[in-house]
Design a protein around this ligand. Structure first.
Ligand code: SAH
Length: 350
């Protein structure tokens, strides 16, 4: 596989341009062109010869949109193709304040959560920082008409959630380089406060992330109130206990001053009766956190069932009465392939 230019930060791009005998200002043209989602060969300010030399070593376009799906509610879903033919997927959610894109960090996943489609075929490979970034670059390019801001930082996507396929903290170095690059002033310059990273709770990496000093929104997939129940659906629970996760969250808050979030997917008969609501209140009351309740997107390969709406609202009500800050996540884009991982899974099946 060829290398990926979008992996590089601006300083690294400058060094590369100079090493190829080009003038330094070409780095800005190259970097800006890539930031606008162009393929190398589409950047008109660069000479044909220079572009040809770049293309000998680097992918012209590391992420391509293979298919685009539209939901009646405005949500879009993409099947992306990587240079080696691997497929990943992403979602674009349209809100009043801007567009939020959900990106993938790995092809497949090795965490093995029982409710999740991304992990059905295991981990295929990690994405590079540039492959994570390029998902946003190509989607921005598709939505030029919806751009916010101006100049080099004009972009449609204003918010990013690392909640697609893969476990971001299982691909730590590339995810971090992505975070540095997507927030960089020379690049898309998306504020870290507009970025959410979701993890199944890889505790040592949560500490490491806290020490990086990036004020992003840390979100942990909890999905249970005790370790035994959690381990039934999330194998990672055997490695890291809920108590350790909560400690790491507190450390994150100390270091960044940012409150943290928990995702709690409601699975019928598993984690959402009254005793679970009480246990969740006991566990989290007084902590600087917010709970996002999620309706299970039923995956046909799995037997787990979603909780009915009425019970979901009742569960939410109990949490609120118990003093927790909580919301039930609105379900959008259900008509276009549901949960992350489902689209790729059905595609691979065909
Ligand atoms: N690996 C990260 C990102 C995963 S996707 C993590 O585990 O947090 C983001 C969220 O969607 C996670 O909370 C995940 O547990 C949840 N999720 C996965 N499949 C789901 C499904 N079928 N229905 C509802 N939520 C799901």
């Amino acid at each position: 596989m060829k290398k990926i230019l979008q992996d590089l930060n601006f300083a690294q791009t400058e060094a590369l341009v100079l090493s190829l005998g080009e003038k330094k200002f070409r780095a800005k043209q190259l970097f800006e062109g890539l930031t606008q989602g162009k393929a190398i060969t589409e950047i008109s300010s660069l000479s044909k010869d220079f572009k040809a030399r770049l293309c000998e070593e680097y992918e012209d376009k590391p992420v391509k949109i293979k298919e685009r799906f539209f939901s009646a509610d405005g949500t879009e879903k993409y099947l992306f193709e990587l240079a080696d033919g691997n497929l990943i997927e992403g979602v674009l959610m349209k809100y009043k304040y801007g567009y939020t894109q959900c990106v993938s960090t790995q092809v497949g996943c090795r965490m093995g959560c029982k409710f999740c489609a991304s992990t059905l075929g295991g981990l295929v490979r990690d994405l590079t920082a540039g492959e994570i970034l390029s998902q946003i670059l190509v989607v921005n390019a598709l939505h030029k008409e919806d751009v916010q801001g101006s100049g080099a930082q004009a972009r449609a996507v204003t918010n990013v959630v690392l909640m697609g396929s893969g476990e971001p903290l299982d691909n730590y170095d590339e995810t971090l380089q992505f975070l540095r690059n997507v927030t960089a002033e020379e690049g898309l310059c998306i504020s870290a406060r507009n970025i959410s990273l979701s993890t199944c709770g890889i505790v040592p990496k949560m500490y490491k992330l806290a020490d990086e000093g990036i004020p992003l929104n840390l979100t942990v997939s909890l999905h249970a109130t005790d370790d035994e129940t959690r381990a039934r659906t999330m194998p990672v629970a055997k490695a890291y206990k809920i108590a350790e996760i909560l400690k790491a969250c507190d450390y994150y808050f100390q270091k960044t001053g940012r409150r943290y979030y928990f995702e709690y997917t409601l699975i019928e008969g598993e984690n959402c009766d009254e005793t679970h609501a009480e246990a969740l209140i006991k566990l989290l009351k007084g902590k600087p956190c917010h709970v996002n309740l999620i309706r299970l997107n039923e995956v046909k390969e799995r037997k787990l069932k979603a909780l009915d709406d009425k019970s979901a609202y009742r569960f939410l009500g109990r949490l609120e009465k118990g003093g927790l800050s909580a919301t039930l996540r609105r379900q959008i884009g259900v008509d276009i392939g549901g949960a992350c991982g489902q689209l790729r899974a059905s595609y691979l099946e065909e």
